[in-house]
Write a protein that binds this ligand. Structure first.
Ligand SMILES: Nc1ncnc2c1ncn2[C@@H]1O[C@H](COP(=O)(O)OP(=O)(O)OP(=O)(O)O)[C@@H](O)[C@H]1O
Length: 269
């Protein structure tokens, strides 16, 4: 996507788009805990189908932003909108029903269950059935078929019967993405998907992330410290610094921005 490069300091350079309601919009979002201002006046928009990266030094507020968007935390002020709908006061489940999916920094799998059982539980939610391992699933039921198809799609078909807890990190992440896909999300938040993943598994996982966008039309917001991966996948990058949005623009514009370089890229990118 080509975008006019404009000065990027302190604002979302895509926020003035006249497109219909963006898939995700955050307006003046702030969080204060005790005396600490964790996030302050964050505003950004993510158009439908775009992949946006979120970067920033440790403690910049990236995970907190995800927690506010997904409803894990309530903001002190500001709004979160999904497809133009204000979900600021909605709980985690309501946001999931509205089309928001999320992975966490730490794995959220059931480690003692098989890969297929994990995927099937996620698929059961979409089938509108209560999550249950005790419903005597048959290989042929709809949730099982969907789980099998999604595992094939992310390249885990051959591991379906493995214990999820025994998977290497890269495969755990793929399984989490298969489970996300089982819920048909429109907007996906990925929190450091490459964390702990062996370098040899990075290209395969990167392809799975691209597939979220390419094959499922998902809008993706992705925190990632692995800059090579991030810059190769995203269309825009949001830079957080001490709880503020320092910039949001194309990777090229952000990387060339002296403010970003001095504030964040003192570390090598
Ligand atoms: N519940 C809390 N109470 C007080 N301070 C908090 C709380 N949660 C987060 N913080 C602080 O808010 C800041 C932002 O934390 P956050 O985890 O969002 O950063 P991050 O950018 O995701 O960091 P990292 O890259 O290390 O994961 C940090 O200084 C953190 O210590």
């Amino acid at each position: 996507m080509t975008e006019q490069h404009s000065p990027v300091q302190g604002r979302d350079a895509g926020a003035e788009s006249s497109a219909p309601a963006p898939a995700l919009e955050v307006r003046d979002l702030s969080l204060r805990i005790g005396g600490a201002q964790i996030l302050e006046d964050i505003s950004l928009t993510v158009p439908r189908g775009q992949i946006v990266g979120v970067i920033g030094p440790n403690g910049a507020g990236k995970t907190t932003l995800f927690n506010l968007i997904s409803g894990v935390l309530a903001p002190t002020s500001g709004q979160v909108l999904l497809g133009g709908r204000d979900l600021t006061r909605s709980g985690i489940t309501q946001r999931a029903v509205a089309g928001l999916g999320r992975t966490f920094q730490t794995s959220s799998l059931f480690p003692g269950l098989s890969v297929h059982e994990n995927a099937r539980l996620a698929a059961q939610v979409t089938e509108g059935r209560a999550i249950s391992l005790f419903s005597f699933p048959r290989r042929g039921d709809a949730a099982s078929r969907r789980a099998t198809a999604l595992l094939e799609e992310v390249g885990l078909g051959h591991r379906a019967e493995h214990r999820a807890g025994d998977l290497p990190h890269g495969d755990k992440r793929k399984l989490e993405i298969a489970m996300l896909l089982a819920t048909d999300p429109e907007v996906v938040l990925l929190d450091e998907p490459m964390a702990g993943v062996a370098s040899g598994d990075v290209p395969g996982l990167t392809e799975v992330i691209r597939g979220l966008h390419r094959d499922h039309g998902c809008t993706v917001l992705m925190v990632e410290h692995h800059m090579e991966v991030l810059l190769g996948v995203v269309e825009r990058v949001a830079v957080l610094h001490f709880g503020h949005l320092l910039a949001m623009d194309t990777p090229e514009a952000v990387m060339a921005d002296p403010t970003v370089q001095s504030a964040y890229l003192g570390e090598t990118v």
